[in-house]
Design a protein around this ligand. Structure first.
Ligand code: FAD
Length: 423
């Protein structure tokens, strides 16, 4: 790719989760000079910072694992397999969904390796903290890291920060939560060690332990179904999603309170399991965090919002740049998830305009930042789909950096297909 300007990079990606890695790979495969800026000391986003240990969205719902996401996402699965993680589709009998179970430590290394192989400049422990802009373009971002603050310049930018932090500091409009300002429940996934390997985990015993915990607990558990759990691949650890919190706002104060309460709850709950559930006699809380799981935060202004109808009718479109195959999964009330399936072929298209910032020509969105109404958001946000929207955003950003023009959906589609993506 011919460089147009004296910028430090063609493309800067804010955030190194599934979307950010997808974007960085998409841009690098297009020949761009790419920097990905990540505030934690590792890549992976929610998979590694909040212990969301399963990729959703790689396959259609149903009896057979039909692939919906390839390209960058498939490259990441391949990198994990090289490290001995099966990364094969796993079927949930209850929901009919297919997931890919993760080992977070191997995932971190797989992502380091794949970025290095593609010549991507990765800046860890560094946060995108400010942006300078003209009326219609971002010129540079200020990053705050271990060596203080510095300014880096690029021709195009991708906001893959999950929380739309680049759009925020660039001064774009945004919505918080749904159309009434309500946020989906936050959850603190936990790993429990020391669980006996023999036999099936008794869900009825877990449900009874939750009832027992709730009788004396200051902060009660809302879920009465025992939560979502499985074993972490290759270990005897029990991975459990049951500690849900409603978040009143996105302030640091409310985040602090949610983290503290969720931690207390997790510890108390595991103590109850140890006393009351067979197989958990020697169990301990091995890990929460590094942070609570954020399902939803800011939705910055996009040129198109994927709608509920797009999802449930399985709408395909000529300007589609990614397949999305995970059903709508809403967590409006803590502990009471609600599902809506995708119609027609079992996937729908995300259009290029859902990745385009409204008000800035060189800012692209990826992952859970893309334009979607509150119900469609319950589908597009998952990590398999985030790799796909990320790769598309990175490809579009690279194309716009090389030409100075906004690329057509046709050009982005052609590039994605050349790089192995499914559309
Ligand atoms: C409890 C829970 C369970 C879930 N279960 C599943 C599941 O089983 N499977 C699934 O696929 N999805 C699941 N999801 C949804 C999924 O985890 C997210 O929607 C997904 O991670 C979105 O990917 P992303 O890359 O857009 O954002 P994220 O994974 O949030 O990544 C954003 C990255 O940006 C970084 N960042 C943020 N701000 C800045 C900044 N200013 N500067 C630099 N870096 C920054 C963050 O540190 C992070 O690494 C779940 C979510 C939650 C909360």
């Amino acid at each position: 790719m011919g460089r147009r300007s004296e910028a430090d990079y063609d493309v800067i990606v804010a955030g190194g989760g599934a979307a950010g890695v997808g974007a960085a790979l998409g841009a690098a495969k297009a020949g761009a000079k790419v920097c990905v800026v990540e505030k934690y000391g590792f890549l992976g986003g929610a998979a590694t910072n909040a212990q969301v240990l399963a990729y959703c969205g790689f396959y259609h719902q149903g009896g057979e694992p039909i692939q919906a996401v390839a390209g960058a996402g498939e490259q990441v699965l391949g990198a994990m397999r090289k490290l001995g993680v099966g990364a094969e589709p796993y079927h949930s009998e209850t929901t009919g969904n297919w997931i890919v179970l993760l080992d977070p430590e191997r995932l971190k290394v797989a992502l380091d390796r794949i970025c290095a192989e593609h010549g991507i400049d990765v800046l860890l422990h560094t946060r995108v903290a400010a942006a300078t802009r003209t009326s219609d373009r971002i010129e540079s971002v200020t990053v705050a890291g271990m060596d203080g603050r510095s300014r880096i310049v690029a021709d195009a930018f991708v906001d893959a920060s999950g929380d739309a932090n680049l759009a925020l500091v660039a001064g774009l409009d945004y919505r918080v939560g749904d159309e009434d300002g309500r946020l989906q429940a936050f959850t603190m996934p936990m790993r429990v060690g020391g669980v006996a390997l023999e036999g099936r985990i008794d869900r009825e015993a877990i449900k009874a332990a939750v009832v027992s915990y709730n009788q004396t607990a200051e902060h009660r558990i809302g879920r009465s179904d025992g939560g979502i759990y499985t074993r972490v691949p290759g270990t005897s650890d029990f991975w459990w999603l049951i500690v849900d919190r409603e978040m009143p706002s996105l302030s640091s104060r409310d985040f602090t309170r949610a983290e503290q309460v969720a931690r207390e709850t997790a510890l108390g709950l595991v103590d109850t399991l140890r006393r009351e559930v067979p197989g958990f006699e020697n169990a301990w809380l091995a890990q929460t965090g590094p942070q609570i799981g954020v399902r939803e935060s800011r939705h910055p202004a996009a040129r198109y919002e994927v709608t509920y109808d797009d999802v449930v009718t399985g709408r395909l479109r000529e300007d589609g740049i990614a397949r999305a195959a995970w059903p709508i999964e809403l967590h409006g009330e803590a502990g009471k998830p609600e599902y809506h399936s995708i119609g027609a072929k079992g996937y729908y298209h995300v259009p290029l305009d859902a990745l385009r910032a409204r008000g800035l020509d060189n800012l692209w969105y990826a992952g859970r930042v893309i334009g979607a109404d509150s119900r469609a958001y319950g589908s597009v946000r998952v990590m398999g789909t985030a790799f796909a929207t990320g790769e598309a955003a990175g490809s579009a950003a690279a194309l716009s950096a090389s030409t100075g023009e906004t690329p057509s959906a046709e050009a982005v589609r052609a590039m994605l297909k050349e790089h192995g993506a499914l559309i």
